[in-house]
Design a protein around this ligand. Structure first.
Ligand SMILES: [Mg+2]
Length: 379
């Protein structure tokens, strides 16, 4: 934590000169599959805020469909345009404006989009990197990798081998019914020493507890979200039955959810996706709450473009992000991304914080144009 830093929440908002939505659709190198759905392109809603010649961008992590979460790019655009932007009255502090967002129930992805864009704008105006605006020093960010559901164990082993050769600090494999214990066993047999974890994206029920206990044999660092996507209580019944730590992801939408999960003993790790919990400031509150209780956190990915990916990198400078996140290399996701510089795995499996003010990334006008589906000028 940087000493005597000036909290962005105390900063007074000025008049935004221009506000735009841009919806982009960027093809993935290969479809990304979970137990729930598979996506061939990244469709993302971007919010552009302009003030006094400075521009801040926010990327909404919602998908175009409601298969990962209830919010979509379209619902987020509606919520931002018709409810959230009107709270950014000049003269209010950022903290006051964000406090008024609480009137709008739910919709953390929409709220995070606005907060991301405002924080990027503020950091650029001050000429400082986003992590410094949040109060944290730069530090090396170790990278993990998330491998989607594969067609065969052979294909999975090839992906894991590639990840290990590249130096990723931990490997996460997606699992689902029918592609779980034997698939984890195959990876563990071939790679006895890697930090390995499994993510079920809510594919099981408490009745599967006996089956899930089979995963205890493989020394996984954690099992992520085995039960329902909004469940906390049943995870608290499952955790004591397993040796392996559970990690909650989908069911944590706020500090209150995180507090409930820890209070109930539903998990021993939390995956903080800043876009899913309403933004960077709520992410920091969750990280602190967990730290006080000895529970580590890490930053998961939502297959973001380089814009959202950069935000996740800055977040990982915050204390208690002590487990490698899912911010892997850009080229795994996109042949061509809209933002520069791309995320590249450096020596030792670390990724660099993009240099410069704000998120440190810039959008390439030509590529942005090429992948734009829709534009809307709000002001
Ligand atoms: Mg997950």
């Amino acid at each position: 934590m940087i000493k005597n830093f000036h909290s962005p929440e105390d900063e007074v908002l000025g008049t935004l000169d221009r506000i735009d939505f841009v919806v982009v659709s960027v093809p993935f190198v290969e479809p990304f599959g979970t137990s729930v759905a598979s996506w061939a392109v990244k469709e993302a809603l971007l919010l552009r805020l302009e003030q006094d010649g400075f521009v801040g961008w926010g990327e909404c992590v919602a998908d175009p469909d409601p298969y990962y979460d209830g919010e979509t790019t379209t619902t987020a655009r509606h919520l931002i345009r018709d409810f959230l932007l009107k709270e950014l009255e000049p003269g209010r502090t950022l903290g006051e404006a964000l406090g008024r967002f609480r009137k709008v129930r739910g919709n953390p992805m929409a709220k995070a989009t606005v907060e991301n864009a405002l924080l990027d704008l503020m950091a650029r105006r001050r000429g400082i990197p986003l992590h410094e605006l949040l109060g944290y020093e730069a530090r090396p960010v170790p990278s993990g990798i998330s491998i989607g559901i594969q067609e065969s164990t052979g294909a999975l082993l090839a992906k894991v081998e590639e990840a290990v050769d590249q130096g990723y600090h931990r490997v996460k494999m997606k699992i689902m019914r029918g592609k779980d214990v034997a698939w984890v066993a195959a990876v563990r047999e071939r790679f006895p020493d890697i930090a390995l974890m499994a993510d079920a994206n809510g594919d099981y029920t408490l009745e599967d507890a006996g089956h899930l206990k089979g995963l205890d044999a493989f020394g996984l660092t954690m099992i992520e979200q085995p039960l329902g996507y909004h469940d906390i209580y049943q995870h608290s019944l499952l955790q004591p039955q397993l040796k392996t730590a559970l990690c909650l992801d989908e069911s944590i939408h706020s500090l209150d959810d995180a507090a409930a999960a820890l209070g109930l003993g539903a998990c021993r790790v939390i995956n903080i996706k800043q876009g899913r919990v309403g933004g960077l400031l709520e992410s920091i509150r969750i990280a602190r709450h967990c730290q006080e209780r000895g529970v580590p956190v890490w930053s998961g990915g939502m297959d973001e473009t380089g814009l959202g990916r950069a935000v996740n990198i800055h977040l990982q400078t915050v204390d208690n992000f002590s487990i490698p996140g899912d911010t892997s290399e850009t080229r795994r996701y996109f042949r061509e991304d809209i933002a520069d510089p791309p995320v590249v795995l450096g020596p030792g499996g670390f990724i660099a914080i993009p240099p410069g003010p704000g998120t440190g990334v810039t959008l390439d006008p030509g590529r942005l144009e090429r992948y734009t589906l829709h534009r809307e000028r709000v002001r």
